[in-house]
Design a protein around this ligand. Structure first.
Ligand SMILES: C[S@@+](CC[C@H](N)C(=O)[O-])C[C@H]1O[C@@H](n2cnc3c(N)ncnc32)[C@H](O)[C@@H]1O
Length: 670
């Protein structure tokens, strides 16, 4: 049996649309007697999470965009305008990360193991779109949105339990990788807050919002809440009279106060004279009537009987409240979009400030002072630049978070100390200079690159490059050194996460093909005490690798010169391909993988480390932006790499999204 919820019943007679295909939301709303159509949104959940300060802002914005997409599509595609569209989006957050639906089992495992033994938050953002269609005019959309947070704690979960749960298939279409209402309930130690919010829809707050929309504060002037001496709320409105005996016959509301001090009208006391006409149930205020009322008042026409009761909804103030709400939302929305636009328009300036400050060694100069602080004059002297230009550069660096300033003194921020000092263990200086000297010129020819679908090396550097490495990067000593420094810095930052992505304890030997400076090889040796690593690269690279030898170099790392397309590959149990495959045409990739497959004994494996594209190729933008200046190769998703490796006999893929610069996949030969 369905309880006749007085707030939900206010939607009777309206075309209510749920812009979500989630069976759980459908069930929650159906269970409370709401009649609605389901029109799943086509809005792709691709908002850039970094643009939102708080996770709930992301959930609310996604809910809003989902609902608006349906509200705007229906008049054209379904040839009807809904009255109300409801959108919702649920996200799980832990350790400052937003977890959505897992893309595969490995992703589900990553999410669930992150949640194990910890408290996390579940946020559902909800948007209620009220659509007003006026004849001959554009449809007006009013947006009311809100969010609910529920805290959930998981018990400590063993890997066996996690995999059993993952293999049940339940996690795959659920935010955070679990469903609390089914098997996933077993993982939960406690829930603080609205349980249904975790399932996917905060019903309680939704009802309160409906109550505010349809009986806003102005309509409840007389329904003051007093606190009794015992502290419990007392409704001071006199018992409602039946409509017929009310002087005006207008709707009056008298019901239990909700937790926000608003009265949710009770079905037994709310009446209106249009009830039969509108076909609405008891306790309803028909939307059409509400609209007509505001119109007739505006026109100065006599109000129909039953409208002038002071307890009736204050339609004007309600309209004003909603319009204000909408304007605020619209303004916020536009501001958000504008700030994203500005970020995109100015992005190249910010990059160039970083490149220039790095090239001029601003960060090293600041670090070298006794106190770590310098005034602009001293920095100008240190970097041999004009005072005026230096001041501008330093101020711009402060605005970008690269420097901090106290009074007249400039100093490095923690981020700069980590990544921008030239001799720091995680220095990105090498890569930054590579971007400045090589990638930047290529990007100045992006338009031609897009028009022609070719790489622009010739335009940018005045010569063709059939083989990027031998013709472009290694043609001049300083260019080669710069390229190697760039590879070295990325390998230093990401190497540890790649090296520890999988359990390699059963393997004795590894070969890092195209290992460049050996940075990755040393990370593998460090992470796996039983592993000897051969670093294999072109002779012109090997001859310079001594430059990058760490002071505590492990003698389990050795260097072999050769061409992986032409020469015999060193024998190994594990072949590492870090940032290799994306550079080459499919044909060359197949040549290389065939050679590796031939060199492998059963049980050997290939570990590929690359930027993995999302399965729908909508991100991450770092990978997609890089592709724009690539030559013959291409970026792939984890499953594309998996398929590629499978076609060469490497199966049982394990995938690791490291949340560092490079992800990794491990496949074993049969
Ligand atoms: C993009 S870098 C990746 C470096 C390293 N694996 C890393 O992740 O830091 C590509 C590497 O492949 C090497 N390489 C290119 N062609 C090669 C070939 N035919 N044989 C061996 N190594 C090659 C390059 O010298 C370079 O070091």
């Amino acid at each position: 049996m369905v309880l006749m919820n007085p707030v939900i019943s206010k939607l009777t007679g309206k075309l209510v649309v749920l812009a979500s295909a989630s069976p759980r939301r459908l069930e929650i709303l159906t269970n409370v007697g709401l009649r609605f159509e389901v029109v799943p949104s086509w809005f792709k959940e691709t908002l850039d999470k970094r643009l939102f300060k708080m996770p709930h802002e992301y959930a609310v914005e996604t809910a809003k965009q989902k609902a608006l997409e349906v509200a705007k599509r229906m008049p054209f595609k379904h040839l009807k305008t809904p009255d109300i569209v409801i959108g919702a989006d649920t996200v799980v957050t832990v350790d400052g990360l937003i977890l959505e639906k897992p893309v595969d089992k490995q992703d589900a495992y990553r999410m669930l193991s992150r949640l194990s033994g910890k408290e996390h938050s579940v946020f559902t953002g909800v948007a209620i779109i009220l659509c007003h269609e006026k004849e001959g005019e554009e449809i007006d959309y009013q947006v009311i949105d809100f969010y609910e947070e529920t805290k959930v704690k998981f018990a400590d979960l063993s890997d066996d339990l996690l995999w059993e749960y993952i293999n049940s298939g339940e996690p795959m279409d659920k935010a955070g990788g679990y469903g609390i209402q089914a098997l996933g309930g077993m993982l939960v130690e406690y829930v603080h807050g609205d349980f249904l919010n975790v399932v996917g829809f905060p019903l309680n707050q939704f009802c309160k919002k409906l109550s505010l929309i349809f009986s806003p504060p102005g309509s409840l002037k007389q329904n003051k809440i007093q606190t009794s001496p015992q502290g419990s709320p007392v409704d001071t409105v006199p018992p409602a009279e039946p409509a017929a005996s009310s002087p005006s016959g207008s709707p009056t509301h008298n019901g239990p106060p909700d937790s926000q001090g608003q009265n949710i009208p009770s079905a037994s006391t709310a009446h209106n004279v249009k009830q039969e006409e509108s076909g609405c149930g008891e306790g309803e205020v028909p939307w059409t009537l509400v609209n007509n009322l505001s119109k007739s008042s505006e026109n100065g026409e006599a109000e129909p009987q039953g409208i002038s009761d002071p307890a009736a909804p204050d339609l004007t103030s309600r309209g004003t409240m909603q319009m204000q709400n909408v304007r605020e939302h619209e303004t916020e929305d536009i501001k958000e979009k504008l700030s994203k636009m500005i970020e995109l328009m100015d992005g190249f300036k910010a990059s160039k400030v970083l490149f220039t400050a790095s090239k001029l060694r601003v960060f090293d100069v600041l670090r070298s002072s006794k106190t770590g602080e310098l005034q602009a004059e001293d920095v100008a002297q240190g970097i041999k630049a004009s005072l005026k230009g230096t001041e501008r550069l330093l101020e711009a660096c402060v605005s970008l978070g690269l420097l901090q300033r106290t009074g007249k003194e400039y100093a490095n921020t923690a981020m700069s100390r980590h990544f921008l000092l030239s001799d720091g263990p995680l220095s990105l200086q090498g890569y930054i200079q590579h971007c400045n000297e090589l990638v930047w010129p290529l990007f100045t020819h992006l338009e031609t690159a897009v028009r022609e679908g070719t790489n622009q090396h010739e335009k940018a550097f005045g010569k063709t490059s059939d083989n990027l490495f031998q013709d472009a990067y290694y043609s001049r000593h300083e260019v080669k050194l710069r390229f190697m420094k760039a590879m070295h810095s990325i390998a230093k930052v990401s190497g540890r996460d790649v090296a520890t992505a999988f359990d390699l304890s059963k393997y004795k030997t590894a070969c890092d093909l195209g290992g460049c400076t050996g940075a990755m090889a040393y990370e593998f040796a460090k992470a796996h005490p039983g592993l000897s690593v051969t670093m294999f690269d072109l002779p012109e690279v090997i001859e310079m690798s001594g430059h990058f030898r760490p002071h505590d170099a492990d003698d389990r790392v050795s260097f072999v010169a050769g061409d992986f397309f032409k020469d015999e590959l060193p024998k190994a149990d594990v072949y590492i391909l870090a940032r290799i495959l994306h550079d080459w045409s499919d044909e060359k990739v197949h040549i290389l993988l065939s050679k590796i497959a031939k060199a492998c004994n059963p049980g050997c494996c290939v570990l590929v480390s690359e930027i993995f594209l999302d399965e729908d190729r909508k991100g991450p933008s770092r990978g997609l932006l890089q592709a724009l200046s690539m030559t013959e190769g291409r970026q792939r998703s984890a499953s594309e790499y998996s398929l590629l490796l499978k076609s060469h006999g490497f199966t049982s893929a394990q995938i690791k999204h490291t949340h560092n610069l490079l992800d990794a996949i491990l496949c074993v030969t049969e």
